[in-house]
Every structure is written in C-alpha cells, then in structure tokens.
Design a protein around this ligand. Structure first.
Ligand code: ATP
Ligand code: MG
Length: 444
C-alpha cells in the first residue's frame, strides 16, 4: 500500500478525551474514530489489526475442534424470556421494538440463541461432543464506557458454546478451550494468566478469566510469579488425561481476581516473596455452567444407558476488539505502538527519504514490488514530506520493520533497516535484505 493513497488520518496532538495509552495511540495512529459513546468506526489500519487478531482466534478455535457459524446481532426477546434472563439482564441490554411491536434486542451474548439452534437439531448423545462458535458484534449498554475499545458498548467477541452428555465430558471440552486460549494469546505475543473466577450462583469451580498484566487494567489480580515463566503447549493435546494434567499444572498455583479474592486463602497458599499483586485486563473468559440453560430451555439428548438428560454446556468468550487495545497496552513506548509481528497491520514500512529523485523513485518502487511479490505486506511512504515526519509516523503506527532508503544510501548500495521493538539499525544491501526475509511463510 502506498501511503500517499492510504486513508491514515494520524494525529500529532494527544486527544484530551483519551485517558489510557492504547486509546490515545489508537486515535493518534488513525485506527479508530468514536461515533458515539463506546461505539467506534474501525478505519483501515485498525481494521487490519482486528482482522489479524480474528484470524488467530479462529485458527486456534478450529484447531481445538470448534466449528464456526454466524448468529445474528439482533435477537428475539422470546428466547430470553424462556431462559429467564430477559428481566434479569437489566439496563445493559439494548431493547428494540420492531414495526409489529415485537420485542427484539441487540445480543449481549448468545447462550439462548445457540441453545435454541442446538435443541432443534440434536437429540442424541451420539452427536456429542459439539462446540460451536462465532465472531460477532455484541452490544452492552455499559454504564461507563471508557478506555476506547477496551470497554465499549459495541464490541467484537468470539463466543463458543460446548455441548456434552455429562460433566466429565464437559470438563474435557472446557480443558480444550483452556489450552486453546493459552495458545491464542501467546501467538499474539501476550502473556495471559488464567485466573480462577467467580462462578456466581451456579457454583462449581470451573471458570477462569484470562488476564493480561497491565497497569491500566481494570481487574486487580493476585498470583504466583511462576505464572509469568510458564510454558504454553503450542499444539493441541489430544489425550484427555494428558490434557487434564496440563490444565492442572496451569491452575495449581493460586491466582484470582479481586472480586473473589479471599486474602487469607491467598496468603496461606503463596509465599510472600513469590506473590504478584498487579492489575490486568480481562481478555477472555471460560465457563462451565452445566444445565442452566438446557434445563430452562428443554435442550435434552437421549443417553446411551437409556432415558434422556439436559445437555451440559460451557461458554467461552474472547474480547476480540478489546484485544487490540490490550496488545497496545502491553506493547508500546513513548513514540508509539510496537506491534508483535503476528498481529501487525503491515510487515514493513518502506520510507523513501526524498521526493523528486528519479533514481530513488525507481529503487523504492522496485523494492516495494519485490517485497510485495514475496508475500510481504508493505506500507510504502512515498509522500513528499520531511524525513522527521515520516519517521515519527512509522514509529507511531508501530510496524515491526522499517526500511529507510535515501539518495546517499542508494549511491552506496545500502538501505537502513530498523527494528521497531529494539530500535536497532543496520545497513545492508537490497539483495541481502531480500535474501534474509525471503518469501513470507504462511503469507498472502
Ligand atoms: P468485564 O468483567 O470486563 O465487564 P464480562 O465478564 O462482562 O467482562 P464476558 O461476558 O465474560 O465479559 O465476555 C467475554 C469477553 O468479552 C471478556 O473477557 C472481555 O474480553 C470482552 N468484553 C466484555 N465486555 C466488553 C466491553 N464492554 N468492551 C469490550 N470487550 C468486552
Ligand atoms: Mg467475565
């Protein structure tokens, strides 16, 4: 993409309405614009990151055996009346009436709708286990939408729903998602800590929130420092016992969020010198809730041993749009964003230092074409602007690699290659650059 033609409305000034770094940087880097409180438009640069995050989420859901479908944003109130949540949900639910005076709503989550789809189609344990997910916009009329996409009113969520014949089988489904979540966040360059979460009135202990440590996080977290060093298994573990052992190893250290924190229990289980009390951002939530919805909505399956029973369910959310902000909170410096390569909107920024130099034009155009044909996504700053402004823009939008080419370098046959994360610079020939990066693996 040539920057001269790209819609990238960057801002020099720090927007006064933004309180935290990720919100400021997303506005300044031209990634989002607010349309009304907690509701945003995603501009081209922001949308690219959102799509890359979606792709990682989708790939890991599929690898864990979940199947993608797509449910609508607008739902009928009837199903929510069946489950009893239509009245319970309160003001966070955006309620709508259609022209026939039917009660509709903009979905804040999808347990009811997926249970309805399930009960219409599945009658036997033979069709289980089943895990269905979608990546869809949600609406929750949050009292205090803030921090940009971190706590929006409209936000993008991946929500998966598992169906099993009994609690033991449901635990396997839960563990698969648990392991998939660790892989998902690790691929985005994040360290996510699974925190035991409150299961509320339903009880049980099968609920974890996945938290990214960040000073501006809204959750207070307590955990053992060993969490920060633990290894993530990057391939799915198929054997149920091995999977259980892996999940146990991840959850044996005491970790909890503020809402369920019992100080005495915590102090007893973790030595003082190993304790971390920090703040974090919730990026995912896995939850086993048994037969809560299947009982209320009569979603039953026939059993092998005869008779029928309400299906056991779990739900598994990831805050896809919140993750864009969370990655920035975890990866930035004073000059701007520092994208991990796996979610960066472009792989390279190519800076042409001077306009109106025919040789330089040819060399830059040529390099741009070569990198592009090798599958790399390149943002080519071909504008007629001061070098200082170009450097500042590139640092702000945080692409992993910057290639800087000017008349002097060209005469010496060298480009300058800057790595955004370390700031390291090196001079190498164009040929060496192309050999070093070669074809993009798994690229376009
Ligand atoms: P929170 O405690 O932050 O309000 P929640 O417990 O209500 O979140 P869930 O119902 O578990 O959220 O939703 C799954 C995921 O969706 C959360 O882990 C979070 O990453 C994301 N999410 C929830 N609410 C919002 C929001 N208002 N804006 C952006 N992302 C959100
Ligand atoms: Mg939650």
């Amino acid at each position: 993409m040539r920057l001269s033609a790209y819609f990238l409305p960057t801002m020099k000034e720090t927007p006064s309405e933004a309180q935290i770094m990720s919100h400021r940087l997303m506005l300044r880097a031209g990634m989002i614009r607010q349309s009304s409180a907690g509701i945003y438009s995603w501009l081209p640069l922001g949308l690219k990151v959102l799509e890359r995050i979606k792709t990682i989420v989708r790939e890991e859901q599929n690898r864990a055996g979940a199947q993608e479908l797509l449910m609508p944003t607008i739902q009928s109130a009837d199903l929510w009346q069946e489950s009893g949540r239509y009245d319970d949900y309160g003001k966070e639910m955006l309620r709508i009436t259609d022209r026939h005076d039917r009660n509709m709503l903009f979905g804040p989550t999808n347990e009811e709708l997926i249970t309805d789809i399930f009960r219409q189609a599945v009658r036997s344990y033979k069709n289980l286990p089943l895990n269905l997910y979608h990546i869809q916009w949600k609406f929750r009329d949050e009292i205090r939408p803030r921090f940009g996409v971190m706590r929006g009113r409209e936000f993008l969520m991946k929500d998966a729903y598992s169906f099993d014949k009994d609690e033991n089988a449901a635990r396997i489904s839960y563990n698969k998602m648990f392991a998939a979540y660790l892989r998902t966040f690790r691929r985005m360059g994040l360290k996510a800590i699974p925190m035991r979460a409150d299961t509320g009135p339903i009880g049980g202990n099968l609920s974890h929130e996945f938290i990214i440590l960040a000073e501006t996080g809204e959750s207070e977290v307590f955990c053992h420092q060993d969490y920060l060093e633990k290894d993530v298994a990057m391939d799915p573990i198929e054997d149920p016992e091995a999977l259980q052992a892996y999940v146990d190893a991840w959850t044996c250290l005491y970790a909890a969020t503020e809402d369920m924190h019992d100080a005495s229990q915590y102090d007893a289980s973790v030595p003082k010198e190993s304790q971390i009390n920090a703040r974090g951002i919730e990026v995912g939530h896995v939850f086993y809730f048994g037969t809560k919805y299947s009982e209320a909505m009569n979603a039953k399956v026939s059993l092998k041993e005869g008779g029928e029973a309400a299906v056991h369910m779990g739900s598994y959310g990831i805050g896809v749009s919140r993750l864009v902000g969370a990655v920035i909170e975890a990866c930035h410096d004073d000059n701007g964003i520092i994208w991990p390569e796996s979610v960066a909107p472009f792989d390279f920024g190519l800076i042409k230092l001077k306009a109106g130099d025919a040789n330089l034009d040819t060399a830059c155009d040529d390099l741009y074409c070569k990198l592009t044909s090798l599958g790399w996504d390149v943002l080519y700053d071909d504008r007629d602007d001061r070098p200082g402004a170009k450097f500042a823009t590139m640092d702000l939008i945080g692409l992993p690699w910057q290639i800087i080419l000017g008349p002097k370098g060209l005469a010496a046959g060298k480009i300058e290659l800057k790595r955004r994360v370390t700031g390291e610079r090196e001079e190498i020939s164009i040929e060496d650059l192309l050999n070093r990066f070669g074809e993009k693996q798994g690229g376009a």
